[in-house]
Ligand binder design. Structure first.
Ligand code: HEC
Length: 639
């Protein structure tokens, strides 16, 4: 045993619990201010401040990581891919993320050292990053919110992912050309929010950017620990926070592994407030917050489904949740869990206790129903055999109190963790293991002609449903499109125009795959058209060179945009599905920083359209294996 590991007194997880406890005990509420953030930010702040030793990190990497990351297979990112992230992102993966079991027994100094050794961003950490593009001229006007953008996940609190005023017509789409590309680090992406002439963007590297919407120059960059995948919502800061001075605008987002919500000044990037919104372990917040009447509603999801593949992990305790936060102050109003607290209920084949219920992560943004005073979320699967009635369900909560109004379950007994397929299932597997039919989407609240409202959802089972919000979510119509399953069926999110529901099907590993784009007439549920995903070559090998449509779709009058995992972004005619335009987003480009870069897999958050420009993030490097991501801006003739 080496000297460094002998001095270890606390295991990372024990340390984490201690610090979490300290944070929970530290004074009134969980809100931190700008001054606190300067000192660092709980667990990750301490790591950003710690000086890693790259030589020690190289040794620890060889001992603990190289076996998987030097010769990667399947979902495993190569070493070069990991290197494109900041040290704080890597440390957070080891402390709180999917790599926590692989880092068990490493000291805080070991972890900081591995991160320092791997990352090519030696200056990462709180507030220390440099912009990756040219700064905007100092004369650039200050920020004011306009209504012509694409704000938040679904461009509106009903999450339709529809742009009624895109600033270009469907007839113009065949002339779309790349205008500029912004290169940045990260392994998964948020979505470009367009507001007040700026593009706001998050990254799992921890960098949050405000770019100029027309040129891509950088107005500001703010670094958070643990990364972010959320799309940003920009709104006027409530009066009680901005006082009597000029209007201030906040950019609201949530951290990925940090369990934290942020309000940044949209003009300058300065921190207004930050709040720890959840105290569970294993949290990875993938869905975006939604803002309504002065409150942010935040979905909470987790990595425990992956972490439980480690036999020594005490499985499973995570419960999906929605947290309501005051937009002016960051104070938590309520947190509603999707399950009762876990208790030990049996022993696994290795003699370890199994806890449950656990699961029902909320992967997508909540949807606001202002008329009924409700919000809707769609939940993921259960991780154990202990019954979890609200797993794989659509759940309606009371906006004011968070009380459950109704829950409509779609798959029961879907008890699943990663690693249960194959001849040697991991020790924590439920028996039998379920089909992995999570909901990953934000429900869409749709209002048809005559005012009839329906809640539209799609599931990884590859089913789509229209539900009646006045009848506790009763199914009005449904369709099954393919086999679905892990990384299959409907993943990140459909879109809706005034009459049609557009759905992508992923099916990377499905037994009856039918990847592609499907359109339904919302009023009666008839299928209007279907188009298979593009079967084309990629610059990378493996299962993710695929026609799978996992990335969220986005619609505008006359057209719908859908990206495939093989990097192809297409615009389809909304009426009959014929292809209006296609771009290969993985082609080499020169970034606004005059550097060569390329995109890769299209997945996760989707394209956004505003002011005559189509924005999309390409890369998702954990899957393409090409380091870095690019934000691509397409306009008519590239002008
Ligand atoms: C037993 C194999 C294995 C070992 C050992 C291992 N990893 Fe990983 N690592 C993986 C897999 C698989 C993934 C992808 C997980 C996913 O996609 O959910 C991954 C993902 C990651 C990621 C990206 C996390 C993310 O959320 O995108 C980082 C960073 C990482 N590993 C770092 C490390 C470091 C540092 C070590 C050594 C301390 C290590 N890994 C040890 C298999 C391994």
């Amino acid at each position: 045993m080496s000297a460094a590991s002998r001095t270890t007194t606390l295991r990372p997880r024990a340390l984490l619990t201690g610090l979490t406890l300290a944070l929970a005990l530290a004074g009134a509420g969980r809100t931190q201010t700008a001054a606190d953030a300067e000192k660092g930010n709980g667990v990750m702040g301490a790591f950003a401040a710690a000086n890693g030793d790259p030589a020690l990190g190289a040794t620890r990497y060889a001992e603990r990581c190289a076996s998987c990351h030097d010769n990667p297979t399947g979902r495993t990112p190569p070493k070069a891919t990991i290197a494109g992230n900041t040290p704080t992102f890597i440390a957070s993966a080891l402390l709180e993320g999917v790599m926590a079991p692989m880092a068990r027994g490493l000291s805080p100094h070991d972890i900081a050292s591995v991160a320092a050794y791997l990352s090519t961003h030696k200056d990462g950490g709180l507030g220390a990053g440099q912009p990756e593009g040219p700064p905007c001229p100092a004369s650039a006007r200050s920020f004011a919110l306009t209504a012509d953008g694409w704000n938040g996940w679904g461009n509106g609190e009903t999450q339709a992912r529809y742009q009624p005023k895109p600033g270009l017509a469907a007839a113009d789409l065949p002339r779309l050309k790349l205008k500029w590309a912004f290169g940045f680090a990260g392994s998964r992406n948020g979505q470009a929010t367009v507001a007040g002439g700026r593009v706001f963007l998050t990254s799992t590297s921890g960098a949050v950017y405000a770019l100029d919407a027309a040129t891509g120059c950088v107005h500001w960059r703010f670094d958070i620990p643990g990364g972010s995948r959320s799309s940003i919502t920009v709104a006027r800061l409530p009066q009680k926070a901005s006082g009597t001075g000029p209007a201030r605008y906040a950019a609201y987002l949530t951290g990925w592994t940090e369990r934290t919500a942020y309000a940044l000044d949209a003009d300058t990037g300065a921190l207004i407030w930050k709040t720890r919104v959840d105290d569970q372990q294993e949290v990875q917040m993938t869905g975006s917050p939604v803002l309504h009447a002065g409150r942010l509603y935040i979905p909470v999801s987790s990595a425990e489904e992956a972490i439980a593949t480690d036999d020594s992990h005490v499985c499973c305790k995570f419960r999906g949740a929605v947290v309501a936060v005051d937009a002016a102050t960051g104070k938590v109003a309520w947190e509603r869990f999707m399950a009762a607290p876990a208790k030990p209920f049996k022993t696994n084949p290795k003699g370890q206790p199994l806890w449950g219920p656990a699961g029902a992560a909320i992967w997508g943004a909540p949807t606001i129903d202002a008329k009924r005073g409700a919000l809707y979320v769609a939940t993921g699967d259960s991780y154990t055999d202990a019954p979890l009635p609200m797993a794989d369900s659509v759940v309606a909560l009371d906006l004011k109190t968070g009380a459950v109004r109704w829950a409509q379950p779609f798959t029961t007994g879907d008890n699943y963790i990663i690693g249960c397929e194959g001849p040697k299932p991991v020790a924590n597997c439920p028996t039998p293991a379920g089909p992995d039919y999570d909901f990953g989407v934000a429900p869409i609240l749709h209002t048809g002609a005559g005012g009839k409202q329906l809640v539209l959802v799609g599931q990884k089972s590859s089913e789509v449903y229209a539900l009646d919000p006045d009848a506790r979510g009763k199914v009005v119509w449904r369709h099954k499109l393919s086999g679905g399953g892990p990384l299959g069926g409907v993943e990140f999110g459909p879109a809706a125009d005034p009459t049609r529901y557009f759905v992508g099907v992923s099916d990377v590993f499905s037994r009856q795959p039918a990847p592609g784009v499907y359109a339904f007439n919302i009023a009666d549920g008839t299928q209007v058209w279907a188009q298979p995903g593009p079967r084309l070559d990629c610059g990378w090998k493996g299962p993710f060179c695929s026609p799978a449509v996992s990335q969220a779709l986005s619609a505008m009058p006359g057209a719908v945009f859908a990206g495939a995992m093989n990097g192809r972004l297409r615009a389809y005619d909304a009426g009959d599905g014929h292809v209006l335009w296609e771009a290969d987003t993985a082609q080499p480009v020169t970034t606004t920083a005059s550097k060569p870069a390329k995109g890769g897999v299209l997945d996760g958050a989707g394209p956004t359209i505003a002011g005559g420009t189509l924005y999309v993030v390409s890369g998702y490097q954990a899957r393409s294996g090409t380091p870095g991501m690019v934000l691509l801006a397409y306009t008519v003739d590239g002008k």
